[in-house]
Design a protein around this ligand. Structure first.
Ligand code: 4AD
Ligand code: MG
Length: 480
């Protein structure tokens, strides 16, 4: 018989027909009369139960069937007597494809800490939790492409290796093929990048935005969805050195159009996950609730994961200006002992994560869009407002996550852009190609960046960004 995936098999009726399933053993229990094997092939969180009769399957084979082993089973699909599943497979033949020595296989069926699971990142995808997380990751990624495709956006592949630092934060990883022990120097004693592979100084991209803007000024509406790299030394549960970002860029969009697109995108992908990942999300929701029990009362989430996801669909995001946000914070009473303890800052200061949490989780109790930030705390490319103090920036803050989206209307006026670059000491010759779009057929345009792993944190309810990407890259961690 042809192989059937377990996800499909579990929806079939008992047929008494021979079938072929392959997968990894999750558990085996039983006695000398019968063995029950829970088998998983990654297609679903649910296992198929294999019934193995020692009169049919040899003792030697049964001995090798331990947690983690890969097996191939031919058997009949019958109605299951046990609760929890409609069908099971009565084995007629089992081939052990690969054993997993119980003395050595680290992923034994018991509760493991997340720290331990990170140490076995090469195997953790075989667990229920990480299987669910990475199936949801696929679904969200697919939903992102589907959302933009339906809207007529084009997926633009922007370079990973660039010569620019879009965010100007100086957090780039250098790219070179110099032998680091023999770096060529100029007569002035500086690194001679002309002799490097690309003939100039290069780094891994921190954002596809600047190239995305070039695409938008030709194709109209584009989006990038690629890896981005930041050498920021923040060892938090919200930062990675390598993360994936979705960056749409749209000609003829102004700031409020930009915000609306971001809100529509977030609702669309959350809805897609609710519709298409029910089993995995129910599992993750139950898991998240267990985790909540370990937290102090004041830190606990009021809603379950599934309720939080539904809440996003049912409520419009709050939109306030930065100035309004500061006013709200000034009129608030930080509580030194409790969750919302922060120092109230004056106009002009960047919002700290405590401020963001207060606004989202306590004051509005829903996603908040903050726009028109002081220009001093934002990037050079953001469009300057009439007040000369603020720029048409926007950040979207999510409960439990903080900043999930950052974007802006772009400065499309050449003189204004040049003036701002001058103030921020960004050499025009480095970005001559970017400035060209403002010289030839410039037009209002906007875009934003959605951090894919921050979105993953929200949708899966996982507590640490290291646990929503298969192989996290963080300070001191890039072994495999
Ligand atoms: O706010 P950021 O730095 O904005 C940009 O890079 C713009 N060029 C985007 C644009 O307008 N096209 O980053 C955007 C988002 C953040 O809101 C956050 O969700 C995520 O990217 N992000 C990170 N995610 C994980 N680890 C990090 N170190 C991140 N830094 C930013
Ligand atoms: Mg930001």
């Amino acid at each position: 018989p042809a192989r059937i995936k377990i996800k499909k098999l579990l929806t079939e009726q008992a047929s008494n027909q021979p079938t072929l399933v392959k997968g990894w053993v999750r558990t085996k229990r039983g006695n000398k009369n019968v063995n029950f094997i829970a088998l998983n092939d990654g297609s679903t969180i649910n296992n198929i139960q294999i019934v193995a009769d020692p009169a049919v399957i040899s003792e030697d084979t049964l001995k090798k069937i331990t947690t983690g082993a890969a097996i191939s089973v031919i058997g009949k699909v019958v109605e299951s007597a046990g609760s929890g599943q409609a069908v099971e497979v009565v084995a007629e033949q089992i081939e052990v494809l690969g054993t997993a020595d119980p003395e050595k296989y680290p992923l034994q069926p018991k509760k493991h800490s997340m720290e331990f699971m990170r140490e076995i990142a090469h195997l953790r995808m075989r667990s229920n939790t990480f299987g669910a997380v990475f199936r949801v990751r696929h679904a969200l990624s697919f939903a992102v492409h589907q959302f933009f495709h339906e809207k007529g956006f084009y997926n633009l592949h922007t370079p990973i290796i660039t010569g620019s630092d879009a965010e100007g934060a100086g957090e780039t990883f250098h790219v070179t093929n110099f032998d680091l022990k023999k770096i060529p120097l100029t007569e002035e004693g500086e690194v001679d990048y002309k002799k490097d592979f690309f003939g100039s100084e290069t780094n891994l991209t921190v954002s596809g935005q600047l190239e995305g803007e070039l695409g938008a000024m030709a194709l109209g509406e584009i989006y990038t969805f690629g890896p981005t790299f930041r050498a920021e030394n923040s060892n938090t549960t919200r930062h990675l050195a390598e993360f994936w970002m979705i960056e749409p860029e749209m000609a003829f969009y102004e700031l409020q159009d930009n915000i609306q697109l971001a809100e529509d995108l977030l609702k669309y992908v959350v809805k897609y996950a609710i519709t298409n990942c029910q089993d995995d999300l129910q599992f993750l929701s139950a898991r998240a609730e267990e985790e909540e029990k370990n937290k102090p009362q004041t830190e606990r989430q009021e809603m379950s994961l599934l309720e939080r996801l539904q809440f996003i669909l049912d409520n419009d995001f709050e939109r306030i200006t930065y100035t309004e946000a500061i006013e709200i914070l000034k009129n608030s009473k930080p509580n030194k002992k409790k969750k919302f303890n922060y120092i109230i800052e004056d106009w002009g200061a960047d919002l700290q994560s405590e401020h963001e949490r207060y606004l989202v989780e306590k004051h509005f109790k829903k996603p908040v869009v903050i726009y028109n930030y002081p220009k001093e705390i934002k990037a050079f490319y953001m469009r300057q407002n009439e007040d000369d103090k603020t720029v048409a920036a926007m950040d979207i803050l999510f409960p439990g996550i903080g900043e999930i989206v950052g974007g802006s209307q772009r400065e499309e006026r050449l003189e204004k852009l040049q003036a701002r670059m001058g103030e921020m000491h960004i050499p025009e010759e480095d970005l001559w190609w970017y400035l060209d779009t403002r010289k030839f057929g410039t037009a209002p345009h906007s875009g934003f960046g959605l951090g894919f792993e921050r979105l993953m944190l929200f949708v899966t309810g996982m507590g640490n960004i290291r646990d929503v990407i298969p192989f996290p890259r963080t300070p001191d961690n890039a072994e495999f």
